[in-house]
Design a binder for this molecule. Sequence first.
Ligand SMILES: *Cc1c(COP(=O)(O)O)cnc(C)c1O
Length: 362
Amino acid sequence: MQLRIPGPTPLPDEILKAMARQMINHRGPEFAEMIHEATDILKEMFQTEGDVLILTGSGTGGMEAAVVNTLSPGDKVLCLANGAFGERFADIAEQFGAEVSRLRFEWGQAVEPAAVRQALSKDSGIKAVMVTQNETSTGLTNDLASISAVVKEFDKLLLVDAISGLGAIDLPTDAWGCDVVVTGSQKGWMAPPGLAMVSVNARGWQANAEAKIPRYYWDFAKAKKLLDEKGQTPWTPGITAIYALSAALRLMKREGLSNIIARHARVGDRAREGVKSLGLSLFADENYASNTVTAIKVPDGLDAKRLLSILREEHDTVLAGGQQKLDGKIFRIGHLGYVTEDDIDAVIKALRIALPQVGFKG
Ligand SMILES: *Cc1c(COP(=O)(O)O)cnc(C)c1O
C-alpha cells in the first residue's frame, strides 16, 4: 500500500525489524546508550547545540509541553496562524491561561513577517511568539528565517511547531534563534507515532525556570536532569518507538541532513509538477510550497471523498483529505520521511486513472 498522508508515514523494512525486539529495562545501561545516541543525532538534525528531549506522546503533546514549560497564566503571546495547526497551538496556550492574540492569515497564504513586526511594535507586553514552520493543513512552509529575525529584533521568546517539517525541511534551530522547537516521530522521521522531540535553548531554559503553568508529565527540567544524569526519562518511555527512532536516525545520519533536505525538495517539486500535469491546481501560494505535503484544490463539482476511496480501493493509494473548513475543498499528498520521486510518480499515475472516474475532464 502507498500510504501518502502527512503522517504516519511508511517505514523502511530495517525500521520495522528494529521494532520487533524484546523489551529492555528503561532504567538500565542499554536504554541509556540508545537514548544518548538518538539524542546526539537529533541535535544534528535540529542543528542545535541546545538540549533535545525525547518525550513519549504525540506531536500535540509536544506542543502542550512547549506551552506549559515556558509560559505563565496571563502571559501575553502572539500566535501566528495560517491554518489548522497554527490555530491548535493558539488554542493550547489559551487553554492554559495565556492571553493569546491571534495574528491570522488566510489559509493557503504565508505568515507575513512585516505584519508580525507591526503586531510586536504595537504591544510591548508580549512575552512569546508561537508559529508553525510547516502548515500541514494547507501544504505551506512559512518563511521562518524572516519571521524569527523579526521576533529576535523584539527579543521575544520563539516557540515553533516544526512537527511536519523538521528532519525534511531546513530549520537551523540555533542560527534562527528558535527557543523551543517541537517535532513528532511519525512525520519526517521514518518512525511510528508516539514520540515528540523537543529542543530547548538557553533562553528556553530561562523561560522554563520562570514559567508558572502547572505541569507534571511534561516537565522539561525533570526530563533534562534524568537524561543528563542517568540516560533515562522521567516516566516509562515508548521503548518500541524509540527502537524505531534510533534505527531511523542512524539511516538519516548516513544519508546526511543536507541530502535529506535536497531529496524532499526534489520530491516536493515532483509532486507539484505532477499535480499540475494532471490539470489540477495547488491550494497554497506556490512561493511557499511545502516539500513535505502538497495540498490540491478539489475542482468544482468533484466529489473528493469518492476520489480518495477509488484511490484507496482500486489503486492501493491512501491520500489525505482536507481538515476543518478545508474538508471537501482540498486533498493532500504526504511526501515526507521514507519517500522518493518514484513514490510520487506512482501517486500521480493512480490519480491519472482515478480522476476521470469521478468525472474530471482535465
Ligand atoms: C501532525 C501535526 C501536529 C499534530 O501532531 P500529532 O502527532 O497528531 O499530535 C501538529 N502540528 C503539525 C504542523 C502537524 O503536522
